[in-house]
Ligand binder design. Structure first.
Ligand code: SAH
Ligand code: SF4
Ligand code: F3S
Length: 438
């Protein structure tokens, strides 16, 4: 491996796009490369190797990365020894085509290739290396990650997805579902607790489909909850179809499992849900929400919504707005449908115009703002336990942290990061709360 003159070790700069699972993967990649002798560069200009860990979920995500790559290619022009690599879901999605789109790439490596990264990097000298083999057994269990600072840490408990929703590229870029052995999950959480982490977020694309032998997701939650030092447990993303009684019961009865659930619904129209192959109807989703709220009265709910999927008519869209009002989500992540190559719906194409998608998106965003506002206002007067994450972004000596319901609270107090403080909520916007120590 060549490295920059005068520097003792090769330096790697890693930039991450996409979901929490990608953030967790970057923490794994950092650990793998550190053990192979690489140092971490804070800026691309200081690096011998630049890696982008990418997302393929929507076309826009890929365009952003291609734009960034062409910027970085300029650095490579100045310093031909610089190695430029593209990792993650977009690597898996586009494979060798990427080397044509971005001929300055030295390495293209998919989500199951990270164990081999040091070896692959050492081979990048002349021709670009493409390693996009998916491996149905790779879980990276026990490999260890360089978790970021702060009282919260991400722990991947399952990889891949077997659901094949018609719009989605994840099963193709992440491969088949596979779970990390419970001992490895518990071991990692115990290590995190020993290092002062208070909250773990268990991750998987369909995290509640977790299964390892006899151990399902409900059991796993209880195993992690048994660890001293871990005070809060969250998980994302659960699929509505895998929301079993055992998981709901663990949420309801295990105090460490926080009363917040991100439960993607995608659409409020049965016709769309069927076309999306989501596996549930609007009625079943609502029934699940009711069961959850009965079992966990303090529950906060967020969701994902796609507008403009193939065939979506005005009445389908109106049904989505209706469902959002009916549930009263605390938050929603809203997206314009983006046709993805390889997905089941790819061949169906796009039927909703860009204008209609944009209009529908604005409408769901506006509606969600008012729903979030109402849900957040209802917090005023409540005392919530807030896990302190650090100084508030706006400065002025205020602290910021999350309530059990995963709402951000800004408040004045003398407290350390990682401490839990009782805070009385005094005001609310649609995005955050402010409070005073109770
Ligand atoms: N595994 C999670 C979601 C993963 S992707 C689940 O099933 O709930 C995150 C979100 O991106 C999805 O919930 C969906 O709302 C959105 N999404 C996925 N594919 C998309 C596409 N082709 N166009 C627009 N949004 C998409
Ligand atoms: Fe994609 Fe559906 Fe799997 Fe979620 S459950 S990752 S939306 S295929
Ligand atoms: Fe994107 Fe891959 Fe996550 S496609 S949303 S980074 S699993």
């Amino acid at each position: 491996m060549q490295h920059r003159e005068g520097s003792a070790q090769p330096m790697v700069y890693l930039e991450t796009y996409g979901c929490q699972m990608n953030i967790a993967d970057s923490e794994l990649i950092s650990a793998i490369l550190r053990r192979a002798g690489y140092g971490a560069a804070a800026r691309p200009e200081e690096a011998d190797v630049i890696l982008l860990n990418t997302c393929a979920i929507r076309e826009h995500a890929e365009e952003r990365v291609l734009g960034r790559l062409s910027d970085l290619a300029r650095l490579k022009h100045q310093r031909p020894a610089l190695r430029l690599g593209l990792l993650g879901c977009m690597a898996q999605h586009n494979r060798a085509q990427l080397v044509q789109k971005a001929p300055y790439l030295d390495l293209v490596a998919g989500p199951d290739s990270y164990r081999r990264l040091p070896e692959l990097l050492s081979q990048t000298r002349f021709d670009p290396i493409v390693d996009v083999r998916l491996d149905r057994n790779e879980t990276y269990a026990g490999l260890g990650s360089d978790h970021g600072p702060g009282p919260r840490a991400y722990v991947t408990v399952m990889r891949g997805c077997d659901r094949f929703c018609a719009f989605c590229v994840v099963p193709y870029v992440r491969g088949r579902e596979r779970s990390v052995a419970p001992d490895a999950v518990v071991g990692e959480c115990a290590e995190l607790a020993a290092r002062g982490v208070k909250e773990v977020v268990l991750l998987g694309q369909t995290v509640n489909a977790y299964r390892y032998g006899e151990v399902g997701f409900g059991r796993l939650l209880r195993m992690v909850a048994a660890l001293d030092g871990i005070e809060r447990i969250r998980f994302t993303s659960p699929h509505p179809c895998d929301m079993t009684d055992s998981v709901i019961e663990a949420m309801a009865t295990e105090p460490k499992v926080q009363p917040y659930l991100h439960l993607p619904v995608q659409s409020g129209s049965d016709r769309m849900l069927a076309a999306m192959e989501r596996g549930y109807s609007v009625g079943q989703y609502l029934e699940l929400v009711e069961r959850l709220r009965r079992a966990i009265p303090q529950l906060a709910l967020s969701t994902d919504i796609i507008v403009g999927f193939h065939g979506e008519q005005e009445d389908d869209f109106a049904a989505t707005m209706g469902l959002m009002r009916q549930v009263g989500f605390d938050a929603a992540f809203t997206f314009k449908y983006s046709v993805r190559e390889h997905s089941r719906a790819y061949k169906l194409g796009d039927t909703v115009s860009e204008e209609d998608k944009a209009r529908r998106l604005s409408a769901v965003i506006e509606l969600q703002e008012s729903l979030s506002m109402a849900r957040n206002r209802a917090e005023i007067g409540q005392v919530r336990k807030v896990l302190v994450e650090g100084p508030a972004r706006r400065g002025d000596g205020m602290l910021s942290g999350k309530t059990p319901q995963f709402k951000t609270v800004v408040f004045p107090a003398q407290a350390r990061i990682g401490e839990t403080v009782a805070v009385r909520i005094v005001s609310a916007t649609s995005h955050s709360l402010s409070g005073v120590a109770a």
